[in-house]
Design a binder for this molecule. Structure first.
Ligand code: OGA
Ligand code: MN
Length: 305
């Protein structure tokens, strides 16, 4: 437990994740409070803000903007099928159609979003990936639908020295083709074009805290200059190590909760629920990292794939 600028952080797990209280995130926040939240993120990487009611779109956007610059966001699937939310700046993390009806089994948006059940870091398939994601719960199913988080700094710190030396300079390629492809998802020609892989360091340095972490994601599907079978095996071994139970915080949602995680230091995944029976409506605002991920050495070694 620690307090700065009137904020209190209460640990939710022995290694990371904390509940943050003492601030009303539905009201404008001062630069001092914003800095205290950044410090909390540097330390805990996942912060939970409990609220009685969900935020309005404007409240969620203005809270997120007080911490950084929003990521530009607009997916082809939504462009084709219409949007449910009143702004393209929030990601619609739900199983609902624009008419607020449950998506049917074969719906493409449904199948696409099932990929969130694979461990990932948001927007790792973009050259300039995501910084924080803030997810606010509006409607929840009666059971299931938790979200799990894994601390990728601890994952790095606990690797044996030989493995650290072997992997610290490696570059991975990330694309949604790899993540959704694992599940057998079929892509259109134009998606195949849009989803060209980008290169990310496998071990990254946090731009604020300086801490190193494994930069894994289900979007990672190749390693530069490594035979493909070996690359996938390495990614799988590292992911297994990084997501062992002791490194994972499982969030059980309550309506109104806003959970904010640092994609530069964690992975997350959705857990299953009966999505053909119950609505689940969460809305995500996302900050851009503003610059490509820093390598192990703190440099930008990212080269376009
Ligand atoms: C996300 C995400 C997981 C969930 O919003 O980026 O992966 O539990 N969500 O809905
Ligand atoms: Mn996600």
């Amino acid at each position: 437990m620690g307090a700065t600028a009137g904020l209190t952080f209460t640990s939710l797990n022995p290694i990371f994740a904390a509940e943050c209280s003492g601030v009303d995130i539905g009201e404008p926040i001062s630069p001092q409070i914003a800095e205290a939240i950044h410090q909390g993120m540097d330390r805990y990487a996942v912060l939970v803000f409990r609220r009685v009611k969900p935020l309005t779109t404007q409240q969620q956007l203005s809270f997120t903007r007080s911490l950084g610059e929003l990521e530009g966001k607009y997916t082809k699937i939504e462009a084709e099928e219409g949007m449910r939310l009143d702004t393209p700046l929030l990601s619609d993390i739900s199983n609902l159609s624009p008419k607020n009806e449950l998506l049917p089994p074969e719906d493409r948006k449904r199948l696409f979003s099932l990929g969130n059940r694979l461990w990932h870091s948001d927007s790792s398939y973009k050259k300039v990936p995501a910084r924080y994601s803030a997810l606010n719960a509006h409607v929840l199913p009666p059971e299931g639908g938790d979200t799990e988080f894994a601390d990728m700094r601890v994952a790095w710190d606990t690797l044996d020295a030989a493995t650290q030396t072997r992997i610290k300079g490696l570059i991975a390629e990330h694309s949604r083709i790899f993540s959704k492809g694992t599940l057998g998802f079929r892509f259109t020609e134009s998606e195949l074009n849009d989803f060209a892989p980008v290169r990310q360091p496998l071990v990254r340095t946090h731009p604020r805290s300086g801490r190193r972490s494994l930069y894994l994601s289900s979007h990672a599907g190749r390693i530069v200059d490594m035979p493909q079978v070996e690359a996938l095996m390495l990614l799988r071994e590292l992911t297994e190590h990084a997501t062992q139970r002791e490194f994972v915080y499982r969030h059980k949602w309550r309506v109104g909760d806003l959970v904010m995680w640092d994609n530069q230091a964690t992975m997350h995944r959705a857990r299953p629920y009966d999505d053909l029976k119950y609505p689940r409506d969460l809305r995500r605002s996302t900050l851009t990292a503003g610059a490509p991920a820093l390598s192990f050495n703190g440099r930008v070694e990212h080269v376009a794939a």
